[in-house]
Design a protein around this ligand. Structure first.
Ligand SMILES: NC(=O)c1ccc[n+]([C@@H]2O[C@H](COP(=O)([O-])OP(=O)(O)OC[C@H]3O[C@@H](n4cnc5c(N)ncnc54)[C@H](OP(=O)(O)O)[C@@H]3O)[C@@H](O)[C@H]2O)c1
Length: 251
């Protein structure tokens, strides 16, 4: 892999974590892979867009995070499993001097996660469910009984800023959000996204929603490009989100 920006130079495998390291403090970064046309899935999953380099970046971002934040739709579509100590991510975390396991935080308004999901049954660092008071209390109780840490944030909808405050209070301050588009759009609109780490695949895929799904934002969020890496025609970008999407003001 090589860095194109800010300074052209090779990036050795051991240097990849440095390329994505964060300063201390609260930080929410979103990680996506997208085709040139913006599609974020092929046949309903993101794997068809990835590359070896994309998977290495994905692992590094997980290894640097206190927890993985994901919408229920993505967790279900991609067959999410817990981060385990003997996984590639777990081993990378250990090599970086971090706890080998990290919780997966699933956001679901309806508390859709099932108690027999592998995210629940196989978790070492307990899986967290972020939901709201409108979710079925029976579902919430069953998940809590199965060992899930259930956070109720908001009445009718999930209050994402409130959820992130609660998570930070538990020491989960640096999060990687792996989407999907519905969650990313909500997080951008709530002004809680600090960074977008976008892998751009040299593919034209079509037929699938982009990173924000189909709903759009009240107005564009502005970003600043801080790094570009390249390997096999894939571009691995880091953008700082400078101003969140704001409701458009009338002239
Ligand atoms: N290319 C990539 O990097 C990438 C990354 C991620 C996902 N994807 C693709 O994106 C597709 C899934 O898209 P998606 O938009 O359905 O994903 P998603 O955002 O992960 O899932 C949507 C569901 O998650 C819950 N959710 C999301 N945001 C919420 C919020 N703010 N408040 C409450 N609940 C929230 C809701 O679950 P409930 O209905 O249970 O309430 C909602 O129905 C899949 O095909 C996946 O492969 C691609």
């Amino acid at each position: 892999m090589r860095r194109l920006l800010p300074t052209p130079e090779p990036v050795a495998e051991a240097g990849l974590a440095d390329a994505y390291r964060l300063p201390p403090g609260r930080h929410l970064r979103a990680n996506f892979v997208a085709a040139l046309d913006g599609a974020t899935s092929v046949a309903g999953r993101s794997g068809g867009l990835g590359s070896d380099g994309d998977r290495r970046v994905f692992r590094v971002l997980r290894a640097l995070a206190d927890a993985v934040l994901v919408g229920y739709g993505t967790a279900a579509a991609e067959g999410y499993r817990p981060v385990l100590a003997d996984s590639a991510v777990g081993q990378l975390r250990s090599a970086l001097g971090r706890e080998p396991t990290a919780p997966v935080i699933v956001v679901s308004r309806q508390a859709s996660l099932r108690p027999d999901d592998q995210l629940v049954t196989d978790a070492v660092a307990p899986t967290v469910l972020v939901t709201c008071a409108a979710a079925d209390p029976g579902r919430r109780d069953a998940l809590a009984a199965a060992g899930v840490h259930v956070l109720v944030c908001g009445e009718d909808d999930v209050d994402l800023p409130g959820a992130l405050d609660l998570l930070a209070g538990r020491g989960l301050t640096q999060l990687v959000c792996e989407g999907g588009p519905t969650l990313f759009a909500a997080a951008l609109a709530a002004g809680v996204v600090d960074e977008l780490d976008l892998s751009i695949a040299p593919l034209l895929a079509g037929g699938a929603p982009g990173m924000l799904g189909t709903g759009g934002l009240p107005s564009p969020a502005t970003t600043r490009l801080i790094q570009v890496l390249e390997e096999d025609g894939y571009l691995f970008t880091r953008y700082a989100v400078e101003a969140p999407a704001q409701p458009r003001l009338l002239d």
